[in-house]
Design a protein around this ligand. Structure first.
Ligand code: C2E
Ligand code: CA
Ligand code: CA
Length: 765
């Protein structure tokens, strides 16, 4: 009891003291604590707010870049498809473009422009934008953008401009094809307000006030929400630079009042206020402290989520930067990446001791592998090539992919001899073939070499000149390398001038068609004519066909030239068909580019129909080289032409040493023995053996033979002995004008004298 009483008294006394003390202490601690807490909480809250807004900005930027990248990828895929499949029937293009427009609702139009930015095809959403100026005023293309696109950048962006209904827009330009097969650009017109509106991440749509500017001009949105007419104050801003040229759209935004109050807990003020009321202090602090912890936890959690997403988006951003400089298929640098690297090397090198060289490597016959075995295997092969190169290169040598089956290799060596040795080693390293899937593929390569600084002071000069040297290596028979020289530059220049002249000459009608008779060797009568193109240059001289046809093929204008020849020759044939006498067939030379045009067979049917000509009278001469090189690809076209009834002639047969038995799987009617075997036929036993074999094998396979370049009776005599079917050459006639052919049709006994000479000589040989 006493113990208990003592206890009770003690408690009572000390408790009140303690309460006092506690109260005082709590008051003091409470006030000072709440002051400290107030400041701390306020600071933390402001930091969390700022972080939240900053993350919003980063998220939005990354999200937009990701969005745009997806669209740009889609555009680029479309460009690749267009470059690859062309515009046959137009439906492929239309389907592609319309899909794109329906998928991305804020594009106003898609268009195909040629290299001079002329519009060739358009698909619109609403207002028809058919003129180039409606797609974008030409002034809207920053200087250098087209250059950059042509140099291999994946994308060009115009400056903002106004559509006819005043909406601001920009146009994206992606190149269609590249290098020599650069057809033009795919242009996509994006309406800025609609795009921004659609691309604001849904989670932020009601939370921000947004304004977009391009070059200081407002393009979207209005002033900030601050309301009271004061200078708008933005909470954050960021720049979206689509093409990576350092210029872009400036996005300013302010968070909405609603969001701001959501982010503001009001906690610090409450803490401070409640600090004054000592009795409520502990409860309030405890309660609100718990709240604060809770609130902070919520804010931290959402911040963490946001940061995680930002992290993912930033990875996407890094990937975008990577994609700009690297090739998606092989992972090695692309043209842009190589350019960057070489610019660095050139800048650092100054008057360095070593020899810097750029090697331009191109696989021979890669297209055939792609066509016969499929793109998948083709792609795998392309991925293997850099690996193979690494085997012969040094660690610090640089390999990139220029596009297609072209690779660029930058090396520094002590001297040129070492560079050229390396080129030889690279070519040999291909010899062992590539194991791809269950196949073993054998491909050779050709290499063009440009030395810095002799073959070019800038990267693009080096690339271009290495390409010129490559062209030379290819022409010289492939599987070899060539070094760029000044003469090549002159030749390249000449080719360029010539291709310009060809265009003009077509407009000025400087071209005409002449015909060389083809003679039946059994009775020496006219049985056919070969159409040969002639060009009398405006300066008076004749340009030899070998010279301009090759350039026309390289520059793509052969299509128009070929169409001209076909039209002219068929018109002449139609005129001859009205004459009495046996109508000769018409042989027309067809280049590789022509038969690769999807609509070639249709174009021909239309012409034949228009001139009412029996398809069997049209012989299409395709050189052995082109035929063999693209046999798989040409196969379908050859069969279509055959079904229509046209005859296929293998021109210049024998130079490629391809076997006749291989050709028997294709609809070939006539084999034209190359002039090279006929020239020395009278005295070269080897040429005699080859010619005799071709004639007898062809006849076994049901094909007819033509010998071209027959100049002497001796040659004629041998050819008759070999049972060659037809002959063509100066012995009978040089190529002549259409009128002269008309005269020959009426005079079947023209070559009587030659016939007599052969008969007379037959006893001697
Ligand atoms: P090709 O198809 O082998 O044409 C035959 C060439 O041999 C013609 O040269 C012809 O004039 C020439 N020739 C004919 N008989 C003799 C002869 O007895 N002796 C000699 N030394 N030459 C003879 P041309 O007209 O200069 O044509 C050269 C090449 O240009 C043609 O070779 C052909 O590959 C190409 N070519 C000509 N016209 C066209 C055309 O319209 N389209 C295409 N794609 N190529 C054409
Ligand atoms: Ca020919
Ligand atoms: Ca020929």
């Amino acid at each position: 009891m006493s113990f208990g009483g003592l206890f009770m008294t003690g408690v009572r006394r000390t408790a009140s003291q303690r309460r006092m003390l506690l109260a005082a202490a709590l008051l003091l601690a409470g006030i000072s604590g709440s002051m400290v807490l107030y400041q701390g909480l306020q600071q933390a809250e402001q930091q969390a707010q700022a972080r939240y807004i900053e993350n919003m900005a980063r998220y939005m930027k990354a999200d937009m870049l990701g969005n745009l990248q997806e669209q740009i990828n889609a555009l680029q895929r479309m460009s690749v498809r267009l470059a690859h499949y062309g515009f046959e029937g137009d439906s492929g293009w239309r389907v592609n473009a319309d899909l794109y427009l329906s998928h991305y609702s804020y594009y106003e139009a898609l268009a195909v422009l040629d290299r001079d930015l002329r519009v060739s095809r358009v698909r619109n959403r609403h207002q028809p934008l058919v003129q180039r100026d409606a797609l974008f005023p030409v002034g809207a293309i920053p200087t250098g953008t087209l250059d950059a696109v042509n140099r291999g950048a994946r994308l060009g962006v115009t400056q903002p401009f106004q559509l006819s209904d005043q909406r601001p827009a920009v146009t994206f330009l992606t190149p269609i094809g590249d290098g020599q097969a650069h057809f033009g650009y795919l242009a996509a017109v994006l309406v800025i307000p609609e795009a921004v509106d659609a691309m604001i991440p849904a989670m932020f749509r009601d939370e921000i006030v947004l304004r977009v500017e391009g070059r200081g001009e407002p393009l979207f949105g209005s002033a900030a929400s601050s309301g009271d007419g004061a200078q708008p104050s933005w909470d954050a801003s960021f720049t979206v630079d689509v093409d990576g040229d350092g210029e872009g759209f400036l996005f300013n935004f302010a968070v909405s009042d609603a969001l701001r109050s959501q982010l503001t807990t009001g906690l610090p003020e409450v803490v401070l206020g409640s600090g004054i009321v000592v009795s409520l202090l502990l409860a309030a602090i405890a309660l609100l402290g718990m709240n604060a912890v809770g609130q902070a936890r919520v804010l931290t959690a959402s911040n963490r989520r946001l940061e995680q997403e930002v992290g993912e988006r930033q990875a996407a951003e890094r990937e975008l930067a990577f994609l700009v400089h690297n090739d998606a298929l092989t992972g090695i640098p692309n043209r842009a990446g190589i350019t960057l690297y070489l610019e660095d090397v050139i800048r650092d090198q100054g008057g360095g001791e070593t020899q810097l060289a750029l090697l331009f490597l191109d696989l021979d016959q890669f297209k055939d592998i792609n066509d016969s075995l499929g793109h998948q295997l083709g792609d795998e092969l392309l991925c293997e090539v850099p690996q193979r190169l690494k085997g012969v290169l040094k660690e610090r040598d640089f390999v990139g992919r220029h596009g297609g089956d072209e690779f660029l290799i930058a090396v520094e060596r002590d001297n040129r001899q070492q560079v050229e040795q390396l080129a030889g080693n690279i070519l040999r390293s291909m010899d062992s073939g590539f194991a791809i899937g269950e196949h073993r593929l054998f491909v050779s390569a050709s290499i063009g070499i440009a030395y810095y600084p002799e073959s070019g002071h800038t990267v693009s000069e080096l690339i271009q000149n290495a390409d010129t040297a490559l062209f030379k290596a290819k022409n010289a028979g492939r599987n070899q390398f060539a070094v760029f020289t000044r003469e090549m530059f002159a030749q390249a220049q000449h080719r360029l001038n010539l291709s310009r002249d060809i265009r003009h000459a077509l407009e000025r009608e400087e071209f005409r068609v002449v015909y060389q008779p083809i003679i039946n060797l059994r009775n020496l009568s006219l049985c056919g004519v070969e159409a040969l193109l002639r060009w009398q240059h405006e300066k008076g001289y004749m340009v030899p066909p070998q010279e301009f046809i090759r350039v026309a093929e390289e520059t793509g204008i052969i299509g128009r030239l070929g169409a001209f020849v076909l039209d002219q020759a068929l018109a002449d044939l139609a005129a001859w068909s009205k004459l009495p006498g046996k109508l000769p067939w018409l042989a027309v030379n067809v280049s590789g580019a022509q038969i690769q045009e999807h609509s070639f067979a249709e174009q021909l049917s239309v012409l034949l129909h228009q001139y009412r000509i029996d398809p069997q009278l049209l012989h299409l001469e395709i050189t052995e080289e082109i035929l063999i090189e693209n046999l798989m690809r040409n196969r379908r076209m050859l069969h279509r032409l055959d079904e229509i009834g046209m005859r296929i002639v293998v021109d210049d047969f024998g130079v490629g040493y391809s076997s006749l038995s291989y050709l028997k799987n294709f609809p070939i009617s006539v084999v034209k023995i190359d002039r090279g075997f006929i020239r020395d036929l009278s005295f070269d036993p080897e040429d005699q053996a080859i010619t005799r074999t071709i004639c007898s094998l062809a006849s076994d396979l049901g094909m007819l033979t033509v010998a071209e370049g027959v100049e002497s009776v001796d040659q004629l005599h041998l050819l008759r002995n070999y049972r060659c079917s037809f002959a063509q050459g100066f012995l009978f006639s040089r190529p002549v004008e259409a009128d002269s052919v008309a005269a020959m049709i009426g005079e079947p006994r023209q070559w009587r004298e030659i016939a007599e000479a052969v008969e007379a000589g037959s006893g001697l040989v």
